[in-house]
Design a binder for this molecule. Structure first.
Ligand code: XMP
Length: 318
């Protein structure tokens, strides 16, 4: 019978035998899978696990600082690398969705490779791959592993990809990963986090990408997500976020006519991201959230709610 406890005992034992005194590098994404993988390896080999958490400048508001702090509190040997400027410089003015993904994949690999080189004599690359990642081409959970997979054939293998690979969650489904995490006393807030795409807010900014747009979208997204939490709706939703549209529309503020940006809010129910239904959020919630966004976020004068299901629409707009 599968239980989280027996899985943990068995896996930790196997990891110890397999890895011995070798050093392992792992990219943390802030998501559930890489975090649980790190905790298992930490149990098995402690400080010989070197975790790297990269800020690509496209995370949610305050996410990098908050999550890094949380990882440190969990006893992980983690290095936070703020590479925002490198990513945002490379993306400045870019509007094509696939080009954005390629740029982000390339810069991530460069940054991760630099960091892996700093770890003397590292032998293994650990990844938070779960069973659905093995059978699907696009990871629904995002994160470094998803980025690596789709770009590893560009310009020869970076050195860290020549390392031996260890994937302790490879046989598990998402709910099992969460149960394993819970059994290791990981924070329920971390385990219950919505999936977030590896390319982050870059694929939620339609049209050319600029730092100012990233900042605006972070503000809008934070209001939406915080409100979902305070209305106890966050856990009823599988994934939620805001999209900055390449549309200006006319509004009125006091006596002034405005011509400003429009954002779309998206919240979906799903089990695996392959199909999804839009969530019937209460009108009062939408009303309060829309007012708050328009009052607080300068540059936005219109909010719309996405009522499209997948298929035929996708969850993300790009
Ligand atoms: P779609 O938009 O295809 O999204 O319905 C399904 C799930 O996949 C996530 N997604 C991505 N994750 N890199 C990722 O790591 C990507 O390029 C990417 N595109 C979409 C999306 O957030 C949803 O959970």
């Amino acid at each position: 019978d599968w239980t989280p406890q027996s899985f943990i005992e068995e896996t930790v034992e196997n990891l110890k035998n397999k890895i011995g005194d070798d050093k392992v590098v792992l990219g943390l994404s802030g998501g559930v899978d890489s975090s649980v993988a790190a905790m298992l390896l930490n149990k098995a080999i402690g400080k010989n696990l070197y975790c790297i958490f990269v800020n690509n400048g496209l995370l949610r508001k305050n996410e990098f600082e908050d999550v890094l702090h949380q990882y440190q509190g969990m006893g992980l040997n983690v290095k936070g690398v703020d590479a925002s400027a490198r990513f945002l410089d490379a993306l400045d003015g870019e509007s094509d969705p696939e080009t954005k993904r390629k740029i982000i994949g390339r810069v991530f690999i460069e940054v991760f490779d630099d960091e892996a080189h700093r770890i003397e004599d590292v032998k293994w690359l650990a990844q938070g791959t779960i069973y659905p990642d093995v059978i699907e081409s696009v990871s629904a959970t995002g994160g470094p592993s998803a980025t690596i997979k789709s770009h590893h054939n560009v310009g020869g293998l970076p050195d860290f990809m020549k390392l031996k690979v260890v994937e302790p969650l490879k046989s598990l489904f998402k709910d099992e990963v969460r149960r394993v995490g819970a059994s290791m006393n990981m924070d329920p807030l971390l385990l219950g986090r919505h999936p977030f795409p590896g390319p982050g807010l870059a694929i939620r900014i339609l049209g050319d990408l600029t730092r100012e747009k990233v900042r605006i979208l972070q503000e809008v997204d934070a209001i939406f997500i915080n409100n979902l939490k305070s209305w106890n709706l966050y856990d009823k939703v599988w994934q939620a976020g805001a999209i900055l549209l390449p549309v200006n529309s006319v509004g009125v503020m006091g006596d002034e006519r405005t011509y400003e940006k429009c954002v779309a809010l998206r919240a979906v129910e799903s089990t695996d991201g392959m199909t999804a239904d839009w969530v019937n959020l209460p009108y009062e919630f939408l009303q309060k959230t829309s007012n708050e966004i328009i009052n607080k976020v300068k540059g936005v004068n219109r909010v719309v709610y996405d009522i499209s299901s997948k298929p035929p629409a996708t969850i993300e707009w790009e």
